[in-house]
Design a protein around this ligand. Structure first.
Ligand code: ZN
Ligand code: ZN
Length: 248
């Protein structure tokens, strides 16, 4: 009999704009008892990147240049996650287009896909690589009150079945309008900092095996979202304890 697996398919690290190292993320989620996590740092479209650099921002992200190196870190941590915690780590990245506004989480895609490509081309490439495509936070707003993935939401009737899944829940938000569309779904933390740990997650009933999990997302049967409440015995989790000590 397959068990319900506790999963988070959308996690950032200090390779892009998150605050923890990959190894710290593995320890945090592993010590809590997660079954499956995905590391999904940002890759940005070229127009947005250029803008950031012109403003003098130092940009840390996944790029064509560092892609192989980026994918190798999860591989190293993948083995440790399994050995120490019996937790599966799926390598991925967030194809982040902040010019035309679409964020797409790509899981288990071993090829760099340029975020400047159109959505349909990106989805086709993810599929050809045997990966999973997730429409990220279709109703999340940025600091200017604009929807970060508005292109996906505005064209949901076109893209609905092209994605393997839509985030109906992201971080602390629940998107009723997406639930009503009856899309295949997941719920993720979009983890950047410790404060995002207690948030939406996915439960999947499947064998604890990467291909079985990918199949279960696509099939989207025996799937649920769950909101993680702060652990009553969080002292067990060293990294959370240290973070709260540092915050004092
Ligand atoms: Zn995003
Ligand atoms: Zn994200």
């Amino acid at each position: 009999m397959d068990n319900w697996l506790l999963c988070d398919f959308h996690i950032h690290t200090n390779i892009s704009d998150g605050s923890l190292k990959v190894s710290e993320v593995v320890d945090l989620y592993g010590q809590y008892g997660f079954d499956v996590i995905a590391i999904t740092d940002h890759a940005f479209d070229s127009v947005f990147l250029k803008k950031l650099r012109e403003r003098g921002n130092k940009v840390s992200c996944v790029s064509r240049e560092n892609f192989r190196e980026y994918m190798d870190i999860p591989k190293r941590e993948q083995e440790r996650a399994w050995k120490e915690y019996k937790m599966i780590l799926i390598p991925g990245y967030e194809i982040t287009n902040n010019t035309d506004y679409y964020h797409i989480v790509a899981l288990d895609v071993q090829e760099y896909i340029d975020p400047s490509f159109e959505v349909i081309k990106i989805l086709r490439m993810i599929k050809e690589c045997g990966g999973i495509s997730i429409a990220a936070h279709p109703l999340k707003k940025n600091s200017d009150n604009k929807y970060l993935s508005r292109h996906l939401y505005e064209n949901i009737n076109i893209y609905k079945d092209m994605f393997d899944a839509w985030e109906i829940a992201n971080q602390f938000d629940l998107y009723n309008e997406i639930i009503e569309k009856r899309c295949r779904f997941v719920g993720n933390s979009d983890f950047h900092h410790i404060k995002h740990f207690y948030s939406w997650k996915t439960l999947i009933k499947a064998e604890k095996d990467p291909e079985a999990i990918k199949y279960a997302i696509r099939r989207n049967d025996n799937i649920a979202i769950t909101f993680l409440k702060p652990h009553t015995n969080k002292k067990e989790i060293k990294i959370l304890e240290e973070a709260s000590e540092n915050a004092k």
